[in-house]
Design a protein around this ligand. Structure first.
Ligand SMILES: C[S@@+](CC[C@H](N)C(=O)[O-])C[C@H]1O[C@@H](n2cnc3c(N)ncnc32)[C@H](O)[C@@H]1O
Length: 173
């Protein structure tokens, strides 16, 4: 309770919430929300499966609105994605939450293997490689060469974007 009061009080005093977030995480490590984690994992498996059915898991993949946890990018990493761009208007993920996302993505190797047709040991080996995410906040997608992305996906983000912005983004995508 008091930690929340102190944290929120500091947030209102200090500008640059990214630095404040890093500082707070040092004192209070990231705490997961299991229900949210389970749903993200379930929906992530569905997204990766759908990408696989379209022959897109091995290409260059862009996530719109990464948020805190990298479960879905890590599932794509396990499935053999060549390159993964993470985009957000705010830098919310950090080393702790990337580690958490990797752990979650490693919890269902059989399900992932069934969905993408890759052996479990290959999926696990891919997940143990160092992350090669290109994490962009702000997204700066105008800097990307045209036709350089094979797949764009997003989960629980589009409903947060103003309709006019969404129309512009959809044209760009
Ligand atoms: C509810 S969170 C979802 C995070 C993540 N996709 C997930 O499944 O847990 C929404 C995220 O979308 C991001 N966001 C909002 N507008 C955005 C935009 N125009 N471009 C990229 N990210 C955006 C927010 O900063 C936030 O991280």
């Amino acid at each position: 309770m008091w930690s929340i009061v102190i944290r929120d009080g500091l947030k209102s005093l200090v500008s640059g919430s990214r630095h404040l977030r890093q500082w707070v995480r040092k004192i209070q490590p990231y705490r997961s929300w299991p229900q949210n984690d389970d749903l993200a994992l379930l929906q992530g498996l569905q997204i990766v499966s759908s990408a696989h059915n379209h022959g897109l898991t091995n290409g260059v993949i862009m996530e719109v609105g990464t948020g805190w946890i990298s479960t879905i990018p890590h599932l794509f990493l396990a499935a053999g994605a060549q390159r993964i761009l993470l985009t957000d208007i705010e830098r919310l993920a950090d080393e702790q939450t990337f580690t958490h996302g990797r752990k979650l993505a490693a919890t269902k190797p059989q399900s992932l293997s069934d969905k993408v047709g890759t052996e479990k040991k290959t999926l696990c080996a891919n997940l143990s490689k160092p992350d090669h995410f290109d994490y962009r906040c702000p997204p700066r997608t105008e800097e990307l060469a045209s036709d350089s992305i094979d797949l764009i996906y997003s989960r629980t983000v589009l409903e947060h974007i103003e309709p006019e912005t969404l129309v512009q983004l959809q044209q760009e995508w």
